[in-house]
Structures are given as structure tokens and as C-alpha cells.
Design a binder for this molecule. Structure first.
Ligand SMILES: Cc1cc2nc3c(=O)[nH]c(=O)nc-3n(C[C@H](O)[C@H](O)[C@H](O)COP(=O)(O)O)c2cc1C
Length: 183
């Protein structure tokens, strides 16, 4: 349990990677972690495109203003709207795919890999460019790209805990207003 918390704090956006490739076994583990995430009504509207081909990675980098880093592999996390439109739960595809994304980032950290979430949806031009590069059908929307590789930079584990972001019982209460019964 402590280990899980360690990885949560250790996960940082890594944007510099070595050339070392990631094994297929590790990629599979990352995908298994992604597909262990919760989804609304268990709809699992996700699809994943794994890219290790340098040329395609280069095309993705060219497509994204904020994605110019040099990953060894990219996982595009996408929402399939055919799955999602079939159910009310489908309207939650962004949350579902975000949960999968975070799971992959944490699993990458646990495997000693660096990673960064590169946002695509809802920026229309990014969605269009990434869809073109990956040949996505119309009903599959890229939520984001996960850039992965062995880290060539180090970052300190941290939280950005900020007590001002926390409200107790109702918005605006900075302190826990309810008395806790003493043992
Ligand atoms: C939805 C989303 C989109 C992001 N898009 C990018 C991006 O396009 N390029 C990038 O380098 N980092 C991107 N990031 C990473 C954030 O910049 C990063 O998480 C934030 O600065 C906090 O740093 P940390 O991840 O090290 O805790 C994105 C993160 C999220 C959650």
C-alpha cells in the first residue's frame, strides 16, 4: 500500500528520454494497468494505439505544439464513441479514458519508465492531426498521448497539496466544522 502511494508522489512529467526501447512485455503491462481503471457502468469505451515506429512518432511530434519530446514509444488513449453512444454511461468517456491514462502513468513509474501525458482532446486541430496520423476511424477520438521512455532527467517526488483547495462540509469552510467524538 505504501508502495502505491510512493509511486503516486514519484510520478512526474518526464520530457527527456534515452534511446533505449521499451520491451513488449512492459508495454503489455502498461496496457493491462490502463484497462484496470474504473469506467462508468463498466462500459470500457477505450481503445489504445501503441506507436513504436520512429517515423510515426515523428509525425505525432510534428502534429502537436506541446508534444515535441523524444519518446521511445507512444500510447494514444482513445475513446470509441460507438461503444459510448450505446449507453448513457458513454457520456463519461473522457473520465474513463483519463482514469486509464493515469493508471498507465503510475504503472510506468513503477516500471522505472518516464512518461508524460500530452493532451489532444478537446483541441479540434490536435484531434484532427492525431486522427490523421493514426488512421483513426470517425468514431474513435484521441483523448491524449502518453509519451514513454527510459528517463534522461530526474524529478523530485512531490505533491502539490494546497490547503486552500480544500473545503470541509460546505464550500468556504477551511476547517473541519464537525466535532470528532473523542475515544
Ligand atoms: C490533460 C493534460 C494535458 C497535458 N498536456 C501536456 C502537453 O501537451 N505537453 C506536456 O509536455 N505536458 C502536458 N501535460 C503535463 C502537465 O504539464 C504536468 O502534469 C503538470 O505540469 C504537472 O507536472 P507533473 O506531471 O510533473 O506533476 C498534460 C497534463 C494533463 C493532465
Amino acid at each position: 500500500m505504501t508502495q502505491a502511494l510512493d509511486f503516486i508522489f514519484k510520478r512526474r512529467s518526464i520530457r527527456k528520454f534515452t534511446d533505449q526501447p521499451i520491451s513488449e512485455e512492459d508495454i503489455t503491462l502498461l496496457l493491462q494497468a490502463g484497462m484496470a481503471a474504473p469506467t462508468a457502468m463498466n462500459a470500457r469505451p477505450w481503445e489504445f494505439v501503441v506507436v513504436t515506429d520512429e517515423e510515426i512518432i515523428q509525425q505525432l511530434r510534428n502534429s502537436l505544439v506541446f508534444g515535441k519530446h523524444n519518446p521511445a514509444a507512444v500510447i494514444a488513449v482513445c475513446g470509441n464513441t460507438l461503444v459510448s453512444k450505446a449507453k448513457v454511461s458513454g457520456r463519461f468517456w473522457v473520465q474513463d479514458c483519463s482514469a486509464a491514462t493515469e493508471n498507465i502513468l503510475l504503472a510506468a513509474t513503477a516500471l522505472g519508465l518516464g512518461s508524460v501525458w500530452v493532451g489532444v482532446y478537446p483541441v479540434a486541430i490536435f484531434v484532427r492531426r492525431v486522427s490523421e496520423v493514426l488512421d483513426l476511424p470517425r468514431n474513435v477520438t484521441p483523448l491524449g498521448l502518453i509519451y514513454l521512455g527510459y528517463p534522461a532527467e530526474e524529478k523530485e517526488p512531490r505533491t502539490q497539496y494546497d490547503v486552500r483547495k480544500v473545503h470541509w462540509q460546505k464550500y468556504g469552510n477551511a476547517e473541519r466544522a464537525v466535532d470528532i467524538p473523542k475515544e
